[in-house]
Design a protein around this ligand. Structure first.
Ligand code: NAD
Ligand code: UD1
Length: 335
C-alpha cells in the first residue's frame, strides 16, 4: 500500500514508518517539523535501506495535501500530526484547537476531494479523563480534563460524524496509553526539547547524568507503593498496532471503530525507575515531591477489543522498553 503519515517525522510516526517500510509498504511522510527534525529521514533510510518520500508542509495546507494524496497515489492515511503537551495546551488552547482540530478538518477536506477514505487516527487515553473504573475499556465515558484531550475528543467526534455521513469512509481511532521505548537500532526514539514533562524521557536523562534526580510526583496515591500507575506500551508494539489497524480496515466494510492500544498492565513510578536502573546499570537518584496537578492514581487499558478485532496485542516487556530507551539515550550521548 501507499501510506501517508502526517506527523511522520515524530516519535510514533517514525517508528511506524520503519515498520511499514519493513513490511514492504511505500510511505510518504508529511510533517512541518515543529516537533521533529529532518535527520530522522537519514535514520529511517539507514534502518530500511529504502528511499523515503518526505514533504515539509503543514496539515492546514489543504492544497498541498491534495497534491500529495494524488501525486503519491495514497491508499490510506495515518494521522499522527498534532501538538501533544498537556501543560502547553492549557496556556495555548487556541493554538491547540487550530493545529489539531482545524488541521484534521483540512486533512479530511483533502481526502474527500481526492477520494482517499481510509484513515487511522492517533488518539489518546486522555479522552477518558478521570477513570470511573479500571481497566478502561472503549465504553468508558469520555471526559478529558485539559484542552489537549479536548482536541482529541473533538476530532474523534468529527470523524464519527464524517463516517456516518458517507458510507465510504473506513476510520480507526487508536487510543494510545503511555508510549515509551525506542527502535531496536537505537536510531529512533523520543528526545523532547528542554526538560521532559513525561516520566520515561526524564528518567533516561537522569540515568545519563544529564539531570540530577527524578522527582516522584506523590507517593500517597491509593496504589501498591503509593506512586502513580500507568500502562506503558513499547512504541514498537504501538507501531504494530497501526499495521494491524490498516489490515483490519482493508478487510472490513466501511465504518468507524475505536480501539485502546495498551498492554493491560500497570506499572508504578517506582517500578519504572527500578526497571530503568536495571536496564541501564546506572543509579537513578529520586526524591518524592508533591503531587502534580491533574494527575490520577492509576490508568490502564482493557486491550481486549484490539486483540479480538485487530488480532493485535503488545508483546514487549518493561525490560524491553527500558533497554531500548537506554540504547537510544546512549547513542544520543555519542552523537
Ligand atoms: P511528536 O510530537 O513526536 O510527533 C508529532 C509530529 O507532528 C511532529 O513531528 C510534529 O512536527 C508534527 N506536526 C505537528 N503539527 C503539525 C502540523 N500542523 N502539520 C504537520 N506536522 C505537524 O508526537 P508523538 O508522540 O509521535 O505523537 C503522535 C500522535 O500521537 C500525536 O497526535 C499525539 O497527540 C498522539 N499521542 C501521543 C502520545 C504520546 O505519549 N507520545 C500519547 C497519546 C497520543
Ligand atoms: C501524560 C499526559 C497525557 C499524555 C501522556 C503521554 C498529563 C496529565 N497527562 O500522561 O495526556 O497522553 O502524558 O505519554 O500530563 N511522573 C513523576 N515524575 C516526573 C514525571 C512523571 O513522578 O518527572 C509520574 C506522573 O505523576 C505519573 C507517571 O509518572 O504518575 C507518568 O507520567 P507521564 O509520563 O507524564 O504520563 P501521564 O501523566 O500518564
Amino acid at each position: 500500500m501507499n501510506i501517508l503519515l502526517t506527523g511522520g517525522a515524530g516519535y510514533i510516526g517514525s517508528h511506524t514508518a520503519a515498520l511499514l517500510l519493513r513490511e514492504g509498504h511505500d510511505v510518504t511522510l508529511l510533517d512541518n517539523l515543529s516537533n521533529s527534525d529532518i535527520g530522522v529521514l537519514d535514520r529511517l533510510h539507514a534502518i530500511s535501506n529504502r528511499e523515503i518520500s518526505f514533504v515539509q508542509a503543514d496539515i492546514r495546507e489543504t492544497d498541498v495535501l491534495e497534491r500529495v494524496l494524488v501525486g503519491n497515489h495514497i491508499d490510506a492515511v495515518i494521522h499522527f500530526a498534532g501538538l501533544k503537551a498537556v501543560g502547553e495546551s492549557v496556556r495555548l488552547p487556541i493554538a491547540y484547537y487550530d493545529n489539531n482540530v482545524n488541521g484534521t478538518i483540512s486533512l479530511l477536506r483533502a481526502m474527500q476531494a481526492t477520494d482517499v477514505r481510509t484513515l487511522v487516527f492517533s488518539s489518546s487515553a486522555t479522552v477518558y479523563g478521570d477513570p470511573k473504573y479500571l481497566p478502561l475499556d472503549e465504553k468508558h465515558p469520555t471526559g478529558p480534563t485539559n484542552p489537549y484531550g479536548q482536541t482529541k475528543l473533538h476530532i474523534e467526534e468529527i470523524l464519527r460524524d464524517v463516517a456516518a455521513s458517507e458510507p465510504l469512509w473506513k476510520i480507526a481511532i487508536l487510543r494510545y496509553f503511555n508510549p515509551v521505548g525506542a527502535h531496536d537500532s537505537g536510531l529512533l526514539g523520543e528526545n523532547p526539547n528542554g526538560i521532559p514533562n513525561n516520566l520515561m524521557p526524564f528518567v533516561a536523562r537522569v540515568a545519563a547524568g544529564k539531570l540530577p534526580r527524578v522527582e516522584i510526583f506523590g507517593d500517597d496515591y491509593d496504589t501498591a507503593d503509593g506512586t502513580g500507575v500507568r500502562d506503558y506500551i513499547h512504541v514498537a508494539d504501538l507501531a504494530a498496532g497501526h499495521l494491524a489497524a490498516l489490515g483490519y480496515l482493508s478487510r472490513t466494510p466501511p465504518g468507524y471503530e475505536v480501539f485502546n492500544l495498551g498492554t493491560g498492565q500497570g506499572y508504578s513510578v517506582k517500578e519504572m525507575i527500578a526497571a530503568f536502573a536495571a536496564a541501564s546499570g546506572r543509579p537513578i537518584p529520586s526524591v518524592v515531591v508533591g503531587r502534580r496537578a491533574g494527575d490520577i492514581a492509576s490508568c490502564y487499558a482493557d486491550p481486549t477489543r484490539a486483540r479480538t478485532l485487530l488480532g493485535w496485542e503488545a508483546r514487549l516487556t518493561l525490560a524491553d522498553m527500558c533497554a531500548s530507551a537506554w540504547r537510544f539515550q546512549s547513542r544520543l550521548a555519542e552523537s
